[in-house]
Write a protein that binds this ligand. Structure first.
Ligand SMILES: O=C(O)C(=O)C[C@]1(C(=O)O)C=C[C@@H](O)C=C1
Length: 562
C-alpha cells in the first residue's frame, strides 16, 4: 500500500503524569505514516484527489495541544483515530509520539510510543420479530451511524422471513449493514449489544423472539473464536435470510473460513434449497399424553430373577404389573411383536462398558418401538458358595457386560472369566454347579435369591456405573413430551458418507447424544448407524433434519422417541 510520511513535527505541549510536566510543558515529536492509495491523484497530478498532508499535520498539532493527557499512549491513540475519522481516503495510520525530555534520571536519547491503527470493514446482520420490526432495524442503523468510530457504508433492503429453529414465533424482518469501524471486534460487540439493549431485547429463550438482534457476520477477513464472539458468524452460510441481504450490499466480501465470497455462498445455498428434502414425519406415530400401563400390563425382560433387567422393570413400571422373564433379547422382541407382552425392557448402553452389543440391531430388525428409557445404577458383587472364600475362586461367570464392567477386579485377582446369558443366570449356575472355585458377578439381590455369599462388593471399575434400558412396545406411540429420538440409517461405503448425514444435525441445531455403528451383515464394510439426539418429533427442525437424512440414506428408520 502507498504511504505518505510526515516526520518529527516538533510540538510544545503539556502531557505527563507529573504536576511539573503539566505546568511547565515540554517538547513532543510526532511522526505519522498514512496508508492510502495515491494512484488517482498521481495519475491526474491533481491536489484535489490527494490527501493534504499540511491539513493532517495541522490536525496532529491540534490534537497534541488541545488537552493535557497523562500518557503519550493516549495522545498517539487520539491522533490515530482522529486522522482516520477525518480523512476518508486514509485507510490506516502508524503514529509515533516521542518525548525526548521525559523525566528519566538517566542519559537517554528519546522515549516514544508507536501505534498502528486501521479502518475495519464489517458486515452486520440485523433481525427483529417483535413489535415495529422495521423501526427497530432503522433505529439501530441510525444509532450505528451516530457513533464516531463507525461509518455506515451500505444498508440492504429489508426482507421478511419465517423463523428458524424449534420455537414457534412470529416472522422476522432481516437486513444487512456494511460498516467501516475503528473498533476492535470486542468493542464493536459491546456497541451492538448496547443497541440491542436499547431496543429492549432480553435473551430469554435461545432461538426465541427478539426485538432486535445484531450479529457481527464478518470482520475484515478475521477468524475469531472466543467465549463471547465467533467470527465469521457460525451459521451465516446456512441461512438464506442472512446471505440474501448481505449479497445485496457486499457480494464480494470473503468468508475467510470457506474462502468463498458471499455471492458464491448464496448460490450454493440456493442450489441446496432447490434440492431440499420434504420434512419427514411418520404419520403412523400416535402422540399420546401417557403410556397405557395398568395391573394387567405384561412386561418381559431377559434373564432370571435377580437380573438387573428385572430391577429396571420395577424401577420403571413399579410393582403393579405382570412381570415375566425369557432367555434372550430376541425372545423379548418376539413376545412384544406377537402381543404376548405389552412391553419389553432391553439394556442398551452401559456408562463404562459402552453399548450392549447387537441390541439396537434386534430392535431394528423386529420393528418394536422404543417408548421410554430407564437408567439403573449398577453395583456388581462377587458371589460364591457359602462355604467358599475369595482365595478359593478361580473362575468367574457373568454376562459379557458384567465382565467388562469389572475387568480391573478380574485381572487383579487373576480370575478366568466366562460369559453367560445373564448376570443372575450366572449366580444360579454357581448354586447349581456347587463348585467352591467358581463365582458369579451379579447383584446382591441375586446372592439372596440363590443362597450365595457376597465375597466382594462394588467390584465394578467405575464407581459411577449405570446401564440404560429402553422400554419397547409394538404400536408406534410417542409420548407428547418425549424429547429424545433414536434413529437408524445405512450409509454407502464412500468418502464423506457419514459426514454428509451428520451435517444435518448441525445445520438444524440438533444435539446428538450417542452414535453406534454396526456392520450391516449384507455387504462387507457397510454399516448401520444408530444415533440418538435431543428433539421432539413434531419440531420443525427435527422434521427438516429427518427429511434431509432420509433423502440421503439408503434406509432410515425411527426406532422411537422417548
Ligand atoms: O440384566 C442383567 O442382569 C444382565 O445380565 C444384562 C446386563 C446388560 O446386558 O447390560 C444388564 C445390566 C448390566 O449392565 C449387566 C448386564
Amino acid at each position: 500500500m502507498d504511504k505518505i510520511l510526515i516526520k518529527n513535527i516538533n510540538i510544545f505541549a503539556y502531557h505527563g503524569v507529573f504536576e511539573k510536566e503539566k505546568k511547565e510543558g515540554q517538547l513532543f515529536r510526532v511522526s505519522a505514516e498514512l496508508y492510502l492509495s495515491v494512484r488517482k491523484a498521481a495519475q491526474k497530478d491533481d491536489i484535489n484527489l490527494a490527501v493534504n498532508y499540511a491539513e493532517v499535520a495541522e490536525l496532529i498539532e491540534n490534537v497534541v495541544t488541545r488537552e493535557k493527557c497523562d500518557l503519550i499512549e493516549t495522545v498517539a491513540e487520539n491522533i490515530a483515530s482522529e486522522i482516520l475519522i477525518g480523512f476518508e481516503a486514509i485507510e490506516g495510520v502508524k503514529i509515533k509520539v516521542s518525548k525526548p525530555n521525559a523525566p528519566i534520571d538517566l542519559d537517554f536519547e528519546d522515549v516514544a510510543v508507536e501505534v498502528e491503527r486501521k479502518k475495519h470493514t464489517v458486515l452486520l446482520g440485523l433481525g427483529s420479530n417483535l413489535g415495529d420490526r422495521e423501526k427497530y432495524i432503522r433505529t439501530a442503523v441510525d444509532q450505528l451511524g451516530k457513533d464516531d468510530y463507525i461509518k455506515v457504508l451500505k444498508v440492504s433492503g429489508m426482507i421478511e422471513t419465517e423463523p428458524y429453529g424449534p420455537v414457534e414465533q412470529p416472522d422476522f424482518m432481516n437486513a444487512a449493514v456494511l460498516i467501516e469501524t475503528l473498533y476492535t471486534p470486542d468493542e464493536l460487540l459491546s456497541v451492538t449489544s448496547d443497541i440491542e439493549q436499547d431496543a429492549g431485547r432480553e435473551r430469554i429463550i435461545h432461538w426465541g423472539p427478539r426485538t432486535l438482534d445484531i450479529d457481527i457476520l464478518l470482520y475484515d477477513e478475521e477468524i475469531i473464536s472466543s467465549e463471547k464472539l465467533i467470527i465469521p458468524h457460525k451459521e451465516m452460510h446456512l441461512r438464506d435470510f442472512v446471505l440474501r441481504p448481505a449479497e445485496e450490499i457486499a457480494p464480494f466480501m470473503m468468508h475467510p473460513v470457506f474462502k468463498k465470497n458471499i455471492r458464491t455462498l448464496m448460490e450454493e445455498l440456493s442450489a441446496e434449497a432447490e434440492n431440499a428434502a420434504e420434512p419427514y414425519f411418520d404419520k403412523s406415530y400416535k402422540i399420546v399424553d401417557e403410556l397405557c400401563i395398568n395391573e394387567n400390563s405384561k412386561v418381559v425382560y431377559a434373564g432370571v430373577p435377580g437380573a438387573y433387567a428385572e430391577m429396571a422393570v420395577h424401577k420403571f413400571f413399579g410393582d403393579d404389573v405382570k412381570v415375566y422373564n425369557v432367555k434372550s433379547f430376541d425372545d423379548i422382541v418376539n413376545d412384544v411383536i406377537n402381543k404376548k407382552a405389552d412391553y419389553g425392557v432391553i439394556p442398551i448402553e452401559n456408562s463404562s462398558a459402552g453399548f450392549v452389543s447387537g441390541n439396537y440391531d434386534i430392535i431394528r430388525n423386529s420393528g418394536v418401538v422404543i417408548v421410554a428409557e430407564v437408567v439403573l445404577d449398577i453395583e456388581h458383587s462377587l458371589l460364591g458358595l457359602p462355604s467358599a472364600g475369595i482365595e478359593d475362586i478361580k473362575k468367574v461367570y457373568s454376562h459379557a457386560q458384567g465382565i467388562m464392567q469389572c475387568k480391573e477386579f478380574i485381572d487383579k485377582n487373576g480370575f478366568t472369566a466366562v460369559s453367560v446369558n445373564n448376570t443372575a443366570a450366572a449366580a444360579k449356575k454357581i448354586r447349581d454347579d456347587n463348585n467352591p472355585a467358581n463365582a458369579a458377578i451379579a447383584s446382591e439381590r441375586a446372592a439372596e435369591l440363590y443362597g450365595l455369599k457376597v465375597l466382594a462388593k462394588g467390584i465394578n471399575t467405575s464407581n459411577d456405573n449405570s446401564t440404560k434400558f429402553v422400554i419397547v412396545t409394538k404400536d408406534k406411540v410417542a409420548l407428547k413430551d418425549a424429547d429424545s429420538i433414536s434413529l437408524c440409517f445405512k450409509t454407502a461405503h464412500k468418502v464423506g458418507a457419514l459426514f454428509n448425514i451428520m451435517k444435518h444435525f448441525n445445520s438444524n441445531g440438533l444435539n446428538m447424544t450417542s452414535i453406534e455403528s454396526r456392520p450391516s451383515l449384507r455387504k462387507k464394510w457397510q454399516y448401520y448407524f444408530y444415533v440418538t439426539f435431543d428433539g421432539r418429533i413434531t419440531d420443525k427442525n427435527v422434521m427438516k433434519a429427518l427429511g434431509e437424512i432420509a433423502a440421503e440414506t439408503d434406509e432410515m428408520d425411527i426406532l422411537g422417541t422417548y
